[in-house]
Design a protein. Structure first.
Length: 497
């Protein structure tokens, strides 16, 4: 009997990863990502960040070819396809499905004034009760920027999409989206349970630009003849799941119910918790979206804390401060320095406007550096501590919304590979951290299995989820962690005042 595989793609801003999961055993049998070095992000002006959507397609093809070759899988063996993707990006296509301009991605901050103006003009009560957020720097505000600044481009737009919708279109030739996706772009009205017509009207955006809506889990579209030939797969293979990277990360960790928490720390860092009732932060410092299992009958909302300056700061530190050693050696070096980095403090917000700071763009800054006392080890530790402290700063907002953060689920990847990072996060937050063997592309593959009916529910899909490690808070050093965090918060307050 031939092996049944589930194929998952994860479209990130640094790479596109593909994984093949054995549908019967639940095990990931192969993964690959391209490019092997971080994908370029175009920054024509300060605060801008763009990528060519076609590059995502090319990276997807390359990663797919590698995993198919390594497993010997045949086209007929792929039972379903799932997609995870970087959230909040804007892709504009014309009537022939041609991309009209580079995608304005998640960390681009040019649209902040457009979201702020809408929030002010429409009123906070209207926006928060209907969108659960300020329009902020999300996809709808990015589209408003295009309308005002690139009217010739706007006039040619047939549909707007998120990055995952674009990959699905390249796979199928069909343009559609999900409620979860629309909610992350500020295109969904939770009170009216429909496309947010009032915000579209405010921006002067025709509703016809919004793609047709399909279920997050279920038959969304099928692989086209043209794409199948290009990829070496079977035409008609169903695409049965799509989710933004953070909701999908939560899915990959089987975080679907109220009170459950998932975290990730790649280029950006996220803490994502599930709510069972409608709630929001009045200042939109954390954001509320439809989770992948949200429905009219069952409220499941994801509260998302996003810190832009996370892994990107760690990578910058590696390139510029410790280029001669690897990340593991860099972590060992940082561990030689005591908690609090002997007074060195790094504010990590150097990757665009930060939502947790009410869309301020304060930049990254180093404080307390003494040329006679401090070394590269202090800077490396201070960078990782600054990232953790920014997480905890946002988690305080989530706790104010009633979220009890006692357990954090995460994949053992990116910043969570660092013992210093893990111990500091547990030490400051007081939460136990559980690490699992999973990632976004595996989660997308298993989501496809749920959507295709191969698994009856999430519990069956994630029955083989492997717990790798448990990190308990170090109560012996808790006071030291909290003192260092308090000093960091004091410096942040001074920085943003």
């Amino acid at each position: 009997m031939a092996t049944r595989y589930l194929l998952g793609f994860d479209v990130g801003s640094s790479s596109v990863k593909a994984s093949l999961v054995n549908a019967d055993s639940g095990k990931c049998e192969a993964s690959a990502f391209f490019p092997e070095k971080e994908a370029p992000i175009m920054a024509v002006k300060a605060g801008w960040a763009e990528q060519d959507p076609d590059s995502w397609w090319q990276y997807a093809k390359l990663s797919l070819a590698k995993i198919m070759a390594s497993t010997g899988a045949k086209a007929d063996d792929i039972a379903a396809i799932g997609i995870s993707y970087q959230m909040h990006g804007l892709v504009c296509i014309d009537k022939d499905q041609k991309v009209l301009r580079p995608s304005i991605i998640w960390c681009d901050s040019r649209a902040v004034p457009y979201g702020e103006r809408a929030f002010r003009d429409l009123g906070s009560d209207k926006c928060l009760s209907h969108l659960l957020n300020s329009p902020g720097n999300f996809t709808a505000a990015k589209l408003a920027w295009v309308k005002e600044n690139e009217p010739d481009v706007f006039a040619k737009i047939s549909k707007v999409m998120l990055p995952g919708d674009y990959l699905a279109m390249r796979l199928s030739g069909t343009v559609n989206t999900t409620v979860s996706g629309l909610s992350e772009g500020m295109f969904w009205d939770f009170k009216e349970n429909r496309v947010a017509q009032f915000l579209l009207n405010y921006y002067g955006i025709p509703e016809s630009l919004i793609a047709d809506i399909v279920p997050t889990f279920g038959d969304q579209c099928v692989l086209s003849e043209a794409a199948a030939k290009e990829l070496g797969l079977k035409a008609g293979t169903p695409i049965t799941y799509r989710g933004g990277d953070q909701p999908n990360n939560a899915l990959s960790l089987n975080v679907l119910n109220p009170g459950e928490i998932a975290a990730t720390a790649g280029t950006s860092g996220v803490v994502y918790g599930v709510l069972g009732d409608v709630n929001y932060d009045p200042k939109s410092r954390v954001n509320t979206f439809a989770h992948v299992n949200h429905s009219v009958a069952q409220t499941r909302l994801g509260v998302l804390l996003c810190i832009n300056g996370t892994g990107i700061l760690n990578a910058w530190t590696h390139r510029n401060i410790t280029p001669a050693i690897g990340y593991a050696e860099m972590n060992d070096l940082a561990a030689q320095v005591p908690i609090g980095s002997d007074g060195v403090c790094i504010i990590p917000f150097g990757n665009g406007a930060e939502r947790v700071l009410e869309n301020r763009e304060v930049g990254c800054s180093i404080h307390g550096l003494n040329f006679n006392k401090h070394s590269q080890a202090h800077l490396v530790r201070a960078a990782q501590e600054g990232i953790v402290f920014s997480f905890c700063y946002g988690m305080e907002v989530m706790q104010q919304m009633g979220m009890d953060i006692r357990m954090i689920h995460a994949g053992r990847a990116n910043m969570f590979l660092s013992p210093l990072f893990r111990d500091t996060l547990a030490g400051v937050s007081g939460a136990t951290i559980e690490l699992y063997d999973t990632d976004g592309s595996v989660g997308a593959a298993k989501g496809a299995g749920i959507g295709a009916g191969i698994y009856k529910d999430n519990n069956e899909a994630f029955a083989t989820l492997e717990k790798l490690q448990v990190i308990e808070p170090d109560e012996h050093h808790r006071a030291d962690y909290l003192a260092a965090y308090a000093a960091w918060k004091e410096q942040l307050s001074s920085t943003i005042s």
